[in-house]
Design a binder for this molecule. Structure first.
Ligand SMILES: [Zn+2]
Length: 60
């Protein structure tokens, strides 16, 4: 997925069970994805956000 802040960076999210760190991705009844835990870029734009029901929620 592309970083939602607009910096153009591609975020690689590891959702395979063997990966660490990894994220759980679930879809609700409308097919909208929810990620857990939050995504935190440790360099670059340092974005920290949740993806819930297909929408980005920024952390302060
Ligand atoms: Zn960014």
């Amino acid at each position: 997925m592309k970083c939602p802040c607009g910096c153009g960076r591609t975020i690689e999210l590891l959702v395979i069970p063997e990966a660490s760190p990894r994220w759980n991705i679930t879809s609700d009844s409308a097919g909208r994805p929810t990620l857990h835990p939050s995504v935190h870029m440790k360099d670059g734009c340092k974005s920290h956000f949740w993806l819930r029901h297909g929408r980005v929620q920024w952390c302060k």
